[in-house]
Design a binder for this molecule. Structure first.
Ligand code: ADP
Ligand code: MG
Length: 337
C-alpha cells in the first residue's frame, strides 16, 4: 500500500501548521491531498501565505489537466482520441515533447504510453490483478512511446494507446510551484509532493537543507541524507505502491518492455538535480533500467546525481554528492566516478 507522505523523510524540523514569525523566518505550511498523494508545502518570508495559495491553485489545476483518470482532463481527452488527432495547448505539447525525449534517451525505460498496462494491473482503481502472458503480449502492442505523433498543436495516439503522466507529473508540479514562488519573491521554501522533495533556495538562515532518503525496507529508517539547496530530490521505490498475490509482491513501476513490474534489481532510486521534471522522469527510468544500465546512463550524461539502492542492499552514489551525502551508521556506499 502507499505509504503516504513517507516516501522520503525530511530531517529538518518543518514548520508545523500555521504561521511562525521572526524576521525573514516567518513561514506558512499546508498539507493537501492532490495527484493521488499527500503534499506538504512550506514557504518562508512575508509572501508565504500568498505563495501557499498560489501553489494549491496550481496543483489543483495540474491535477485536473494531467490525471489519466479524471474525465475531461487534458490527458483523458487525448486518451479518447481513438486514432484521430486531438488538439493540445502549448503546455501539454511541451510536456509531451520533454517526456518523449526521455523515452528516446532512456531506451524506452520512461514510456508515458504505459497506461494500458498500469490499468491492466489495477493500479488506478486499486482493483489489483495479475495479467496473464497473452494479455501482457497484447499490452506490449499498445505501449509504444515511439508511436506518439506530436505536432505543434495536436497529438495522435493509435487506437488502444493511452497516456499516463504519473511518472513526471509531480516533478513538473514542483517546478511550476518554484516558478510561481520565485515570481512572488519567495527565496526559501520546501515542497514534499508525495516523496518528490524540492528545496527552493537555502534554509531561511542561509544554510543547506538536509533531505533524508528512506530505507525501502523500513519506513522509519533513512539510508542517508543529502545536503544542498535549490534542488529536487526525487525517489522512485518499489515500496511506494504495490500489492501481494499468491505470495508475490507486484509494484507500480512497470518495465515497458514487458509491461510487468520492473524486475531490475533496484529497490529505490533517488535522483538529485535542479529540475523536478527531469529528476522525476529519471528516477522512474533508472529504476526500470537497473543498476548497471543506470550507472552507464549517468556516465554518459553527468548532469544529475543519484543514490541507487539495490535489492541486494548495495548502495552507490554519483561523485557530485561527495561531501554532501551522509550515510547511516554502518551502511557502506560506493561512489561512481
Ligand atoms: P511515484 O509516482 O509513486 O512517486 P514514479 O515517479 O516512479 O513514482 O512514477 C510511477 C508512476 O508512473 C506509476 O504509478 C505509473 O502511473 C507510471 N509508470 C509506471 N511505470 C512507468 C514507466 N516505465 N514509464 C512511465 N511511466 C510509468
Ligand atoms: Mg518519476
Amino acid at each position: 500500500m502507499k505509504k503516504l507522505g513517507c516516501l522520503a523523510l525530511c530531517l529538518l524540523l518543518l514548520a508545523g501548521c500555521g504561521a511562525r514569525r521572526g524576521g525573514d523566518r516567518q513561514s506558512q505550511s499546508a498539507t493537501l491531498f492532490a495527484m493521488d498523494t499527500v503534499m506538504d508545502l512550506t514557504a518562508y518570508g512575508p509572501k508565504a501565505q500568498e505563495a501557499l495559495e498560489a501553489a494549491e491553485a496550481e496543483v489543483d489545476r495540474l491535477d485536473a489537466r494531467l490525471s489519466a483518470q479524471r474525465p475531461d482532463s487534458a490527458v483523458w481527452e487525448i486518451n479518447q482520441g481513438g486514432g484521430a488527432p486531438v488538439p493540445v495547448d502549448g503546455e501539454m505539447a511541451a510536456l509531451l515533447e520533454r517526456a518523449l525525449a526521455f523515452y528516446g534517451d532512456t531506451g524506452g525505460a520512461l514510456d508515458v504510453t504505459i497506461y494500458p498496462a498500469v490499468e491492466a494491473w489495477g493500479f488506478p482503481t486499486r482493483a489489483y490483478r495479475v495479467p496473464d502472458q497473452a494479455e501482457l503480449a497484447q499490452l506490449r502492442e499498445v505501449v509504444n512511446g515511439g508511436a506518439v505523433a506530436l505536432t505543434g498543436d495536436t497529438v495522435t495516439l493509435a487506437p488502444g494507446m493511452k497516456l499516463d503522466l504519473g511518472a513526471v507529473g509531480k516533478g513538473y508540479a514542483a517546478d511550476r510551484i518554484v516558478e510561481l514562488w520565485t515570481e512572488l519573491g519567495v527565496t526559501s521554501g520546501l515542497l514534499n509532493l508525495g516523496g518528490n522533495i524540492h528545496c527552493l533556495g537555502a534554509k531561511p538562515d542561509g544554510s543547506d537543507w538536509l533531505i533524508g532518503i528512506r530505507d525501502p525496507e523500513d519506513e522509519g529508517e533513512t539510508l542517508c541524507a543529502v545536503a544542498g539547496c535549490d534542488m529536487a530530490v526525487v525517489t522512485s521505490g518499489a515500496y511506494q505502491r504495490n500489492f501481494t498475490q499468491g505470495g508475490v509482491t507486484y509494484h507500480h513501476i512497470l518495465d515497458p518492455a514487458t509491461c510487468a513490474p520492473a524486475d531490475s534489481g533496484a529497490a529505490s532510486v533517488t535522483v538529485i538535480g535542479p529540475s523536478g521534471f527531469t529528476c522525476d522522469a529519471l528516477s522512474t527510468a533508472l529504476f526500470v533500467m537497473g543498476p548497471d544500465r543506470a550507472a552507464a546512463y549517468w556516465r554518459e550524461h553527468r548532469d544529475f546525481d543519484m543514490v541507487y539502492y539495490t535489492q541486494d542492499g548495495a548502495l552507490f552514489y554519483t561523485s557530485g554528492l561527495e561531501g554532501r551525502l551522509t550515510l547511516r551508521d554502518g551502511l557502506e556506499g560506493q561512489m561512481l566516478t
